[in-house]
Design a protein around this ligand. Structure first.
Ligand SMILES: [Mn+2]
Length: 236
């Protein structure tokens, strides 16, 4: 483990070109490094399926050194297909498509890609997405997509907090483990956090939180990877 890197990658959201560029810059070494994708590989950007498949294959190839964590977008995709399987007719499908939160928040970019897959290939992706872990823990570091309920021990965290929580966690977390998350583009906190120098790098907060989502899909956004040990950052 000496000299090895423990790296976290923020929300990719379908930005496959940035993902490939970032991977070239990282020079990931599966024999030495741990590489954690913090979830939300899909939706919003143009190439969700490519991002999903790339990380799925990498993770299957190096199961001991690559971790793909569940994000709220992966969960909502699964919820959509679960609901779709329950619909009885065309009207039901239209109603689902009009009310789906997944489609409303960027899944509309992903769905057409998935619909081009054969039934077996689609099922293969959904089964894999369903198997994604909610957190990863190593040493004093705890990785999850969104954050933790600050009033609950790490061992007892619930899925809804791990993939959805925001401000309650950012403001009230005071645990001794460092929590590494994506989920909220740091640009979206610009008006709220006056103590920050906004250089578009992952934010390292005083209360042991590292925020890695630098809004890859936004116009001024970047995809970031941080080595949580040295705090070295790579971007694309
Ligand atoms: Mn998210």
């Amino acid at each position: 483990m000496i000299g090895s890197r423990v790296m976290a990658v923020g929300d990719v959201h379908g930005e496959y070109e940035k993902l490939k560029k970032l991977m070239r810059r990282i020079k990931f070494d599966p024999a030495q490094d741990i590489l954690i994708f913090l979830g939300d590989l899909i939706d919003r950007g143009p190439e969700s399926l490519q991002c999903f498949d790339y990380v799925m294959h990498l993770q299957k190839q190096y199961p001991d050194s690559v971790i793909y964590l569940m994000g709220n977008h992966e969960r909502e995709m699964l919820d959509y297909f679960d609901a779709l399987a329950e619909t009885k007719d065309e009207l039901g499908v239209r109603l689902l498509n009009r009310t789906s939160e997944w489609l409303a928040y960027g899944g509309d970019k992903t769905l057409p890609q998935l619909q081009k897959l054969g039934a077996k290939a689609l099922q293969n992706r959904l089964d894999y997405a369903r198997s994604l872990p909610l957190f990863y823990r190593i040493g004093d570091y705890y990785f999850c997509h969104a954050g933790v309920d600050p009033d609950v021990p790490l061992e007892q965290q619930q899925e809804k907090d791990l993939i959805w929580i925001r401000d309650e966690f950012y403001h009230n977390y005071h645990g001794k483990e460092t929590i590494v998350v994506g989920h909220t583009p740091i640009q979206n906190r610009k008006n709220l956090w006056k103590d920050v120098t906004w250089d578009m790098y992952p934010l390292i907060r005083d209360n042991r939180i590292i925020l890695c989502d630098t809004g890859a899909y936004l116009e001024d956004g970047r995809l970031s990877c941080i080595d949580v040990i040295t705090k070295f950052v790579w971007q694309a």
